[in-house]
Design a protein around this ligand. Structure first.
Ligand SMILES: NC(=O)c1ccc[n+]([C@@H]2O[C@H](COP(=O)([O-])OP(=O)(O)OC[C@H]3O[C@@H](n4cnc5c(N)ncnc54)[C@H](OP(=O)(O)O)[C@@H]3O)[C@@H](O)[C@H]2O)c1
Length: 232
């Protein structure tokens, strides 16, 4: 029997597969009511999860790079309230910064930095004063820890995300809600590749426990899956 969550209702953005799907499954197993989003309207692994378990609702057609789709989700959720908003959506690139096209650079930055920030701006009012807003960052977003480079544009997009969320926190200094930037570790998913040292099963239960342990703490933290502080 899984530990019960401290977040009884969860809005999860970007959960068709990978870490987002596993986070949805973990919160359902911990007894939460979960509303999780996918980009398209086709069948995904999240739809299979919904068939196997209660407590999961899927909202389709939510691309974080399309503000109108996030606003439409907000309208559909009018009257609902959540204890956790977790924005997981993200993409990677390994294109060299000297060669990357403007189009790809903009796509990575918009998906990983601007899209999540817009999502918390547009959906944040669905949470009560003791709610938690968490955003999937990456250890690669740490400027302080960047001694080796690699995946330069992806890193820059997660650093930009961290900076935008820090500015959001500074603009909402009297807001009692908890803000988290999460660094799950390098995990075997389509994005993380089969070279990654960690499985989803080794990662997500710890990450969800870390999010749950932060309930009600307030302020902004950049944390790894075990709750350790990641230097900015
Ligand atoms: N895996 C790792 O090692 C690792 C490490 C650190 C951080 N992260 C972060 O963790 C998050 C999830 O990564 P993952 O490894 O699970 O990757 P993944 O398996 O490639 O899954 C990415 C998820 O994000 C969704 N997504 C992508 N672009 C989107 C958009 N514009 N709007 C809405 N949803 C979108 C995808 O939906 P579709 O199915 O529609 O594409 C999919 O559900 C990302 O933010 C990633 O940067 C991953």
């Amino acid at each position: 029997m899984a530990t019960r969550t401290t977040h009884g209702s969860v809005l999860l953005i970007g959960a068709s597969r990978g870490l987002g799907l596993a986070i949805a499954a973990e919160y359902v197993a911990r007894g939460a009511r979960v509303v999780a989003t996918v980009r398209g309207s086709g069948r995904t692994a999240l739809h299979e999860l919904r068939e196997e378990s209660g407590g999961l609702e899927i909202q389709e057609g939510v691309d974080v790079t399309v503000p109108g789709q996030v606003r439409a989700l907000r309208r559909r959720l009018e009257g609902c309230s959540f204890e956790l908003l977790l924005v997981n959506a993200g993409i990677a690139t390994n294109s060299d910064p000297a060669d990357i096209t403007d189009e790809e650079f903009n796509r990575v930055m918009t998906t990983n930095a601007l899209g999540p920030l817009r999502a918390i701006e547009l959906l944040g009012d669905l949470l009560g004063a003791d709610g938690t807003i968490a955003v999937m960052s990456s250890g690669q977003g740490s400027v302080a820890n960047n001694s080796r480079g690699g995946f330069d544009v992806y890193r820059a997009s997660k650093s930009a995300l961290n900076q935008l969320v820090r500015s959001y926190a500074a603009r909402h200094v009297d807001d009692p809600r908890t803000l988290l930037l999460l660094a799950p570790g390098w995990v075997r998913t389509s994005l993380g590749s089969s070279d990654a040292p960690l499985s989803i099963e080794e990662t997500i239960p710890h990450l969800v426990t870390t999010v749950d342990n932060q309930r009600g703490h307030g302020g902004l933290q950049y944390l790894d899956r075990f709750g350790g502080v990641v230097p900015w």
